[in-house]
Design a protein around this ligand. Structure first.
Ligand code: SF4
Length: 268
């Protein structure tokens, strides 16, 4: 059907092509920043621990806390069974360490299998949706930690990690509404991802959007004039028209493996 034959409302629906917008944003971010990484994939339990430590904490700090645990104990079972005070002292530099330390031990206990070893290998034969449900039952595990465990680890499942930076960009692009939380944003955006993207490409998408949020679409001082997504972004166009006087704060509601030498760490 020719577009000029469509009534205005239908035309708007045809042009409301959010999957195409998301794919075009991805292409532009790849052109600007290049491919991210490489990143080392941890086993699922280690990635869960790293992600649990990473909430609201700088990547270098959570990574260092994670490495202190790895160097101090011979296994995750030993962390599970260690005195809480010892675990807490090793992770005390991360934000909310007093809450994260007991939750970490509880989560490790909850995923302990018959051989007395914390294990998430059984998730390999489950769908992403089933795996998210199981992981989000664990203490301290929300959608971001669960998705990171599935996508970043050796499970390499097609789950999308959405952090605060990522969520801010999604709101500015109008892909989710200003009041959408992380969970709702996940449910909205994952169906928009190109079906040909595998876990690695979805991981790239997360890192690219996050980098944009850290370096260009910053909370306090977005640089719309330098943004590769400006042509796609209603918020940015409004800011430019208004003379760049608005911060991105108004479209924002909110805001974890060990790496080999030469490889970049993942931060949250
Ligand atoms: S154009 Fe501005 S508001 Fe939009 S994503 Fe870029 S920096 Fe953020």
């Amino acid at each position: 059907m020719f577009l000029h034959c469509l009534p205005m409302m239908q035309l708007q629906l045809v042009l409301d092509d959010r999957p195409a917008l998301l794919a075009e944003a991805h292409r532009r971010l790849l052109r600007r920043f290049g491919r991210q990484g490489p990143y080392f994939r941890l086993d699922p339990v280690s990635q869960l621990v790293l992600a649990l430590l990473g909430g609201r904490t700088r990547g270098k700090i959570s990574q260092a806390a994670f490495e202190r645990l790895v160097l101090s104990f011979e296994s995750w079972a030993a962390v599970r069974d260690a005195p809480l005070a010892q675990v807490h002292s090793l992770v005390s530099a991360v934000t909310f360490a007093e809450a994260k330390a007991p939750r970490l031990k509880q989560a490790l206990a909850a995923i302990t299998a018959g051989d007395d070893r914390p294990c998430l290998d059984h998730l390999a034969c489950r769908t992403v949706s089933q795996s998210l449900v199981l992981l989000e039952r664990l203490p301290g595990v929300g959608r971001k930690v669960a998705a990171a465990t599935l996508n970043f680890s050796t499970l390499a499942k097609p789950a999308l990690v959405i952090d605060t930076h990522h969520l801010r960009v999604l709101r500015c692009l109008g892909l989710v509404s200003p009041r959408t939380d992380l969970c709702k944003a996940y449910d909205t955006v994952v169906p928009l991802l190109p079906s040909c993207w595998d876990a690695e490409e979805i991981s790239q998408h997360h890192h690219l959007v996050k980098r944009l949020g850290q370096e260009v679409c910053r909370h306090a001082a977005p640089r719309c004039d330098l943004c590769p997504l400006l042509e796609l972004c209603p918020t940015g166009r409004r800011r430019i028209v208004a003379g760049g006087s608005q911060s991105a704060a108004w479209c924002v509601m909110e805001e974890g493996g060990r790496t080999r030498p030469g490889q970049r760490s993942r931060s949250f």
